[in-house]
Design a protein around this ligand. Sequence first.
Ligand SMILES: Cc1ncc(COP(=O)(O)O)c(C=O)c1O
Length: 381
Amino acid sequence: MKPCGEDDADAARCSWDVRCSGLARATHNPIRAVVENLHLEPNPGKQLIALSLGDPTVFGNLQPPGELLEAVQSSLESLSYNGYTAGRGSQEAREAVAKYSSTPGSTVDPNDVVLCSGCSGALDICITGVADPGQNILVPRPGFSIYRTLAEGCGIAVRSYDLKPADGWEADLVQMEQQIDKNTALLVVTNPSNPCGSVYSRRHLMDILEVARRNYLPVLADEIYEHMVFPGKEFISMGSLSQDVPILVCSGLAKRFLVPGWRIGWIIIHDRNGILQKENNALVAYDILKRVEGLYPVMPEGAMYMMVGIDMIDFPFEDELEFLQQLMREESVFCLPGQCFDYPNYMRLVITVPEDLLKEACHRIADFCARHHKTICTLPT
Ligand SMILES: Cc1ncc(COP(=O)(O)O)c(C=O)c1O
């Protein structure tokens, strides 16, 4: 070991001083921050029902398609794909994504596809590839927290534009536009939405594109829930609509193909001038919860979630965190707090769990609310 010298250069290298980098210090995951500080103790007398994790494989009721499993199995057995491949992904894989993502009016060129480690990896590349430290990006509120986690770590500021629950969670376009300035690098749109389950109409997507066009702002369209829409609803990719606004579409296999652990995601660069049982599940949950005093569920149109407003004035809890901790303590039901999505006084339910469990969980939530509602308390006896 080197002896400590007098001068600064020696002093700097004469003992262990391993620090956390600026990037690590600036990186926050709001979901972890909120959930890890909750004291969650389920009621030992009741089976725990977690409506919190956006992983459709947890309960085993939804399985990936056989074709997908067979294709991967035969690729592995061929021993042809064990080596390094092109940085943007193999030509065959990019051709397959391009074919899957093309629509009659909008053909995707395999050269515009970049394979990534999950949709998260795609988002990371897009955000850090377009925005510099000191610039800002616009993200939806309520919204998925990864955009903030990725951006803030790199010194990119995050500004939120509001989604309006009474208007099917459409974006407040006026407020969105007011936040754009010369340092705004990217507009993030999540469609279908986590946590809202909303699916935007062509008209609303065109309106968003018009804001982007007027302000010369590229769009990052997070479409990981593409095609997970209920009957009668249509998913339209933003990439297929734009004639001039550059759109980076991020998607992957995780949700629709029920393989989040495979970490297959992609970016499609547009730069030119269901799981149907979930609708039943959503209706089941919505029908139970809409009758509960103090709760305001917003019926989703796709994805895997439902946002439920909690009128905190009706309950003897400080905020939704305390509400959810007590719900866990008494009913062993866990939902993510709205604060995880920058939207307090809401909870987010995952609706891909088996229908009977979802029903049971919603009834428990209803019982809990009836017990604790300030004016209609039916219990305790
Ligand atoms: C809106 C949204 N984007 C991206 C992701 C991450 O997808 P992946 O698991 O492919 O990284 C999720 C995961 O829940 C999500 O909800």
